[in-house]
Ligand binder design. Structure first.
Ligand code: ADP
Ligand code: MG
Ligand code: ZN
Length: 192
């Protein structure tokens, strides 16, 4: 499990980037909420953002599939994050795969200015292809955590989000009715 203590001891003003990525239901949002909650306990100023389009549960919260919730600011564009994050020392961004390229710049700038930036997002889309700017974010991050779900077919660790419907859109927001977590073997055996 990621531990903040090592770097915090190093320098209180050093910024850095953490990425939490994996398939759907792998606990990315849960892990983001865990880290943000600990920052709050440490009395650090926090700010959380998500793309405005991502409103499947509640527009003003980041909510995990196990119903943990935390307040978040929905933003239209990644560049809207920068001015809103000025007061915070710890910044969380959920569903980062939906933002455009400017997210990479914003994240790098915030970290350079001494902020801890925690990003959660899908590493791959339903075809098993890298999603949005997550590869770039993983490249510039100091810490990358890959979370895994449980394969609903065989019980092994799952890294793939298998779409149950036949839509070809990369973005199709939905829940357990639309996607299931599968391991590599079951994903390739399924009707992709
Ligand atoms: P993510 O943000 O990665 O989509 P969440 O943090 O929202 O994931 O949800 C994780 C929770 O989803 C788990 O704690 C568990 O309760 C639930 N869950 C549902 N299906 C699965 C699955 N196949 N594997 C693991 N957890 C699952
Ligand atoms: Mg999530
Ligand atoms: Zn499997």
């Amino acid at each position: 499990m990621f531990t903040e203590s090592k770097i915090i001891q190093g320098s209180k003003t050093a910024g850095w980037v953490e990425v939490i990525c994996g398939c759907m239901f792998s606990g990315k949002t849960e892990e983001l909420i865990r880290r943000i909650t600990r920052a709050k306990i440490a009395r650090q100023q926090i700010a959380i953002f998500k793309p405005a389009m991502e409103n499947r549960y509640h527009s003003k919260h980041v909510i995990s599939h196990n119903a943990n919730a935390i307040y978040s600011n929905p933003v239209e564009k990644a560049k809207d994050i920068y001015p809103l994050a000025q007061e915070a020392s710890v910044i969380g961004i959920d569903e980062a795969q939906f933002f455009e390229a400017d997210l990479v710049e914003v994240v790098a700038r915030l970290a350079k200015e001494g902020k801890r930036v925690i990003i959660a997002g899908l590493d791959m889309d339903y075809r098993g292809q890298p999603f949005g700017y997550m590869p770039q974010l993983m490249a510039i991050a100091e810490f990358v955590t890959k979370t895994q779900a449980v394969c609903v077919n065989c019980g092994n660790p799952a890294s793939f989000s298998h779409r149950l419907s036949h839509s070809n859109e990369q973005v199709l927001l939905g829940e357990t009715d639309l996607y299931e977590a599968l391991c590599r073997k079951c994903f390739h055996e399924a009707d992709v």
